[in-house]
Design a protein around this ligand. Structure first.
Ligand SMILES: C[S@@+](CC[C@H](N)C(=O)[O-])C[C@H]1O[C@@H](n2cnc3c(N)ncnc32)[C@H](O)[C@@H]1O
Length: 201
């Protein structure tokens, strides 16, 4: 059993706020005509964020390592009468069913140990199509300590993602009351590969 599954089974989930990320809710309200149809939500927990995308009309696939998170997400979707697929997967190592138009993550990067973050960046590039979008609500942590969450800074995010992704915007979003000022949203677009750009000319 993974540590995450154990946390769900013992109710040790302080990050479970019972509602979607306020920053995501505001983003979708401010951008009602986003291009694209599909979104994947890796490390999506109990499905609050995925269902906001479903409500906005996207075809949503939520993934989580923990079977309990997947089960709770499915129950939540069923109760809300919203169409969304939830599957158990290891985002870092598994292959996507297809490349997505959008990838949304909320406090997943900070849950990944530094040693696995190269794999995390490769995974985002694998799951998002060239020209597709990667939207993140990152929990910013300046101190080193026993995580999760692990140290996550704007400088590290820019250094890791800028080679393969163009930063469209970043800002401090509205957050849960105990996280005000501690989160930052990053809106990236995956660069087209040189080969793909040549073919498009
Ligand atoms: C801090 S929780 C965030 C949950 C949710 N995104 C939220 O903000 O409420 C991190 C989640 O990522 C999941 N997770 C951790 N590593 C993962 C991996 N490699 N692949 C998929 N899910 C993972 C955990 O099971 C957990 O549900």
């Amino acid at each position: 059993m993974s540590n995450w599954e154990e946390r769900y089974q013992t109710g040790d989930m302080p990050g479970e706020k019972g509602e979607p990320a306020p920053g995501l809710v505001d983003f979708l309200a401010a951008h009602p005509k986003l291009l694209g149809e599909t979104v994947c939500v890796p490390g999506g927990g109990t499905g609050h964020d995925a269902l906001v995308w479903a409500r906005a009309g996207f075809r949503v696939y939520g993934y989580d390592l923990a079977p309990s998170a997947v089960r709770l997400s499915r129950e939540r979707a069923h109760a809300a009468g919203l169409p969304a697929e939830f599957r158990q997967a290891n985002f870092l190592t598994d292959e996507p069913p297809f490349p997505f138009d959008w990838l949304f993550e909320h406090t997943l990067f900070c849950a990944i140990q530094t040693a696995a973050r190269d794999a995390y960046v490769r995974a985002v590039a694998r799951w998002v199509k060239p020209g597709g979008h990667y939207l993140a609500v990152n929990y910013m942590i300046c101190e080193d300590g026993a995580g999760p969450p692990f140290r996550s800074t704007r400088e590290e995010l820019l250094a890791r993602f800028a080679p393969e992704f163009e930063l469209l915007a970043d800002w401090t979003p509205r957050s849960y009351p105990n996280r005000e000022g501690k989160e930052r949203m990053f809106w990236w677009r995956r660069k087209m590969s040189v080969e793909t750009s040549r073919r498009a000319d």
